[in-house]
Design a protein around this ligand. Structure first.
Ligand SMILES: [Zn+2]
Length: 386
């Protein structure tokens, strides 16, 4: 190539460059250019990335009915064909048009569960990116949704008081509380087993000593819906008679009698040579403070229905539910009641307590009381047929 030819070539090259550069520079004066759109998706997160020749001057907003995502790019021309754009289940269609002369408007017809989240601009060497973050609410909703409680058998824990080396109260004629209440407990189990919608666990099914705390642990282990402890009362005054139903009190007994009784029943562990662990008592108190209020109401409901059923056949000593600090009732989340069926210290009641007929009557009253309580207080989760 001669010098002249070289100069001509360079001049032509410059001209050619100018020729190709001119429209670009002319466009640059006019504004921005949408070069490409890319879509990403990962779980509930999704993103639309708009590649632009310059930093965008934009506005992103949504429209309802149907759900649309609108992207306004001011002073921007469209240089993108949309054919390579993958929808990824984020939108049905995308449309574009020039709006107010120099604004490129993109409209994405969003899928139902896709929601607009945020935008951000990222600067690259050769172009800028407008990133539009989207979320998929269907994927997000994988977190647990409150569902209707499942209908299932109601688990009743029957706790015949005392047992083994702890005979409980003993009547004038030598009747032990532990034997009478075990017999009533077994009858109650049989009646509940025959009713539809109940499952029964007994804290003891034989003449064995079980610490009070162990009885509570059993109730928790089986996730009891109802806990009923069965006892027979005793009093120095041998004329005192009748049935009573007690629930737990964390603020002391509602009567002197309730306090006396709680002391006596709680002594069961001392008889067995095991005192209640102080640490556990502290823990029990904390748990009680946290959650006993709601359960106390449930326990009151349970005790009231049991009382009214007992009242149909027996003289009731206390018309209202008595409260006392029974260790055996310290299940913060399980409605619990302690039933003193009759006074074993009263010779006439002792005689009655020994009969299958009376034991059956008490078991009937407890069965009906528990059933009515479940039907009225927890109707949403039982399968009981009334
Ligand atoms: Zn007792």
């Amino acid at each position: 190539m001669t010098n002249h030819n070289r100069r001509t070539f360079i001049r032509r090259l410059i001209l050619a460059s100018c020729a190709t550069l001119l429209p670009v520079s002319a466009f640059a004066v006019q504004g921005n250019e949408l070069e490409e759109i890319r879509s990403y998706r990962n779980g509930s997160k999704a993103q639309l990335t708009l590649k632009l020749s310059q930093t965008p001057n934009y506005k992103v907003f949504t429209l309802k009915n149907p759900d649309r995502l609108v992207v306004d790019l001011h002073q921007t021309k469209n240089a993108y064909g949309f054919k390579s754009l993958n929808k990824l289940g984020l939108f049905k269609e995308v449309r574009w048009a020039m709006h107010h002369g120099d604004t490129l408007r993109l409209v994405f017809d969003l899928e139902n569960h896709i929601a607009f989240s945020t935008t951000s601009v990222h600067k690259n060497t050769h172009n800028d990116e407008l990133r539009i973050e989207l979320t998929d609410s269907v994927v997000v909703q994988h977190k647990p949704v409150a569902r209707k409680p499942e209908k299932r058998d109601i688990l009743v824990v029957i706790d015949p008081g005392h047992g083994g080396k702890d005979p409980g109260a003993t009547g004038k004629h030598g009747t032990h509380e532990k034997d009478v209440v075990l017999s009533i407990g077994r009858m109650l189990r049989q009646k509940l087993d025959r009713s539809h919608g109940f499952k029964v666990v007994m804290t003891r099914d034989k003449d064995v000593f079980i610490p009070l705390r162990e009885r509570v642990i059993i109730a928790h282990k089986y996730k009891a819906d109802v806990f009923v402890s069965v006892h027979a009362d005793a009093c120095d005054d041998r004329t005192v008679k009748g049935s009573s139903v007690y629930i737990l009190s964390n603020k002391g007994a509602t009567s002197v009698m309730a306090r006396r009784l709680a002391n006596r029943e709680n002594n069961s562990d001392l008889i067995g040579g095991v005192s209640l662990n102080t640490k556990d008592n502290m823990l029990a108190k904390v748990l009680l403070d946290l959650s006993q209020t709601g359960t106390l109401q449930a326990s009151t409901d349970l005790a009231n229905t049991v009382i009214s059923n007992l009242a149909k056949t027996e003289k009731i000593l206390h018309k209202r539910v008595e409260r006392a600090a029974f260790a055996v009732l310290k299940s913060p989340d399980i409605p619990s009641a302690l039933v003193e069926t009759a006074f074993i210290s009263n010779p006439r009641e002792e005689k009655k307590l020994r009969t299958k007929a009376f034991q059956n009557k008490i078991a009937d009253a407890l069965h009906d009381g528990i059933k009515r309580y479940c039907l009225e207080s927890i109707p949403e989760r039982n399968l009981i047929i009334s």
